[in-house]
Design a protein around this ligand. Structure first.
Ligand SMILES: C[S@@+](CC[C@H](N)C(=O)[O-])C[C@H]1O[C@@H](n2cnc3c(N)ncnc32)[C@H](O)[C@@H]1O
Length: 224
């Protein structure tokens, strides 16, 4: 079971997010504005000082990961996929894909995270974009039901135990009847079976974050 980090007291998380990020648009999703880091190193240092004593994880929420950008672009270009639907952005980070779904008319857009600071960033990012996103600060992988019509996960294949657990859960959601989408730039633990490619995007990125200036990210539908 994953560790759930409880919300920080008061506005500590929001103040930290605002102090260490700037409002900007992910390269392939200019329709969405997010509190994002401009440089990695200063944020990492600030994070260690602020979060480490609280035993919180690294600031994944401060970046629009290429998988999430591909997924969000796909949603923005295919609004019928989510319009009127109950949608989950699993492992939402900054909440970009949940925001894309809300902008496209999802009846209910939810974002699941286990990181309390990420949960705060999703709330503030949704506000900036003028949409409602319900944040689930919870390990939904423990759930046996799948109440969502559409489940989406961007960039979740970077650690083997997590990727295996997530993929098993996503497969169960697909078997329960949900449309399940996964977007990934070829990380080490991307499964090799049960995926159908539905779209591909070349996403500009930073050398510091990805060790290259762009990455090709693929959106897959889970088919088995
Ligand atoms: C690389 S980030 C991707 C964030 C976002 N999907 C994107 O593409 O920008 C991975 C995120 O997964 C979250 N995460 C890891 N395990 C999780 C779980 N069991 N439930 C919800 N979120 C989880 C982490 O906290 C982190 O924010």
């Amino acid at each position: 079971m994953s560790t759930i980090h409880p919300p920080l007291a008061g506005d500590a998380a929001l103040a930290f997010i605002r102090a260490n990020t700037v409002l900007s648009q992910p390269p392939v999703c200019p329709e969405i504005t997010l509190y994002l880091a401009t440089e990695i190193t200063p944020l990492w240092e600030a994070t260690e000082a602020f979060l480490a004593e609280k035993n919180l994880p690294p600031p994944f929420w401060a970046f629009a990961w290429v998988g999430g950008q591909a997924l969000s672009r796909y949603v923005l270009d295919n609004p019928d996929l989510v319009a009127g639907k109950r949608v989950l952005d699993f492992a939402a980070g900054c909440g970009m894909t949940a925001i894309a779904a809300a902008l496209c008319g999802a009846a209910r857009s939810e974002a699941a995270e286990i990181d309390a600071v990420a949960a705060a960033s999703i709330t503030v990012n949704a506000e900036v974009n003028g949409v409602q996103v319900e944040v689930l600060l919870d390990d939904v992988l423990e759930r046996t039901d799948c109440p969502w019509d559409v489940v989406m996960a961007g960039d979740v294949c970077y650690e083997r135990p997590m990727a295996e657990k997530v993929f098993a859960w996503l497969r169960r959601c697909a078997a329960a009847g949900a449309v399940v989408l996964l977007a990934d730039p070829g990380r080490d633990y991307l499964p090799t079976t049960g995926l159908m490619k539905v779209a591909g995007y070349t996403i500009p990125t930073s050398l510091e974050l990805e060790n290259r200036t762009s990455r090709d990210a693929v959106v897959y539908r889970i088919v088995g």
